[in-house]
Write a protein that binds this ligand. Structure first.
Ligand code: ATP
Length: 270
């Protein structure tokens, strides 16, 4: 239903404080926040605001979080949908849903439209597997392109999309006036991981031996989503052991679990 697809009505409470690391991405995106807060300041001077920004990076690195934080910082509604929602749709439904989304967004502007996994709809045309399904995907992509071209840059709508496969995107999506900005959202380094741990440790009751530096040193290759997962697992493990605080041993076990899960996933892929 509409209500579950677009959470445009809900006020976004996430801000840049919830997004650890990613300093460069935040800096690049700050301009979009400024624009959403005060579009007139930019357009009065004749400036052309980008319509769309593409967030590029591996899974779980905080692309959705960052897009939500832009809405939270600017205090504007956040409309989202996922490209994968369109994959098995009946003829005409995907295109209609895109039109409906833009119609709602225009009524609520300034606002953000976020399209997760845009590669699922935005794969270059004529490249799909199943012929029937592919036609519908192309219809959806075409209607997205039409809608993106159909509003003025000063209408206060910013479209953000996320992908980990920018290489497969239809070049029409990347043309000027569409997603002409790319922002990389990479996996965190040791400093970034420590910052992400600090965000996710905050709500936990911690024993004195818990050290974010040590945790980040032990989690090379982890994305933010996995770090969040470790923190939550550690709390669950501690609770199961009837502890009054989460200690380093719980984190050790949680990390082993998450690493185990990752290894399983990699085995399935390769
Ligand atoms: P996907 O490509 O799989 O959709 P994504 O890049 O959109 O992933 P998010 O959904 O934003 O990733 O991240 C998942 C969760 O991981 C977030 O809700 C948050 O709890 C945590 N997380 C990821 N990156 C960060 C970060 N930089 N700072 C704090 N938390 C993070």
């Amino acid at each position: 239903s509409r209500a579950t697809l677009f959470d445009g009505e809900a006020k976004v409470k996430i801000t840049f404080n919830d997004v650890a690391g990613l300093d460069e991405a935040k800096e690049e995106i700050q301009e979009i926040v400024e624009f959403l807060k005060n579009p007139k300041k930019f357009t009065d001077l004749g400036g052309k605001i980008p319509k769309g920004a593409l967030l590029v990076g591996p899974p779980g690195t905080g692309k959705t979080l960052l897009a939500k934080a832009v809405a939270g910082e600017a205090g504007v509604p956040f409309f989202s949908l996922s490209g994968s929602d369109f994959v098995e749709m009946f003829v005409g439904v995907g295109a209609a849903r895109v039109r409906d989304l833009f119609k709602q967004a225009k009524e609520k502007a300034p606002c953000i439209i976020f399209i997760d996994e845009i590669d699922a709809v935005g794969r270059s045309r004529g490249r799909g597997a199943m012929p029937g399904a592919n036609d519908e995907r192309e219809n959806t992509l075409n209607s997205l392109l039409v809608e993106m071209d159909g509003f003025a840059t000063d209408s206060g709508i910013i479209i953000m999309a996320a992908t980990n496969r920018p290489d497969v995107l239809d070049s029409a999506l990347l043309r000027p006036g569409r997603f002409d900005r790319q922002i990389s959202v990479d996996k965190p380094d040791i400093v970034g991981r420590e910052a992400i741990f600090k965000v996710h440790l905050k709500p936990l009751k911690l024993a004195a031996d818990v050290d974010p530096k040590e945790l980040s040193a032990q989690t090379p290759g982890f994305a933010g989503a996995e770090i969040a997962n470790v923190c939550n697992e550690a709390a669950l493990i501690a609770a199961r052991r009837n502890k009054t605080a989460v200690d380093m041993k719980d984190f050790q076990e949680a990390m082993d679990r998450v690493i185990g899960g990752l290894e399983k996933k990699n085995k399935l892929i390769s």
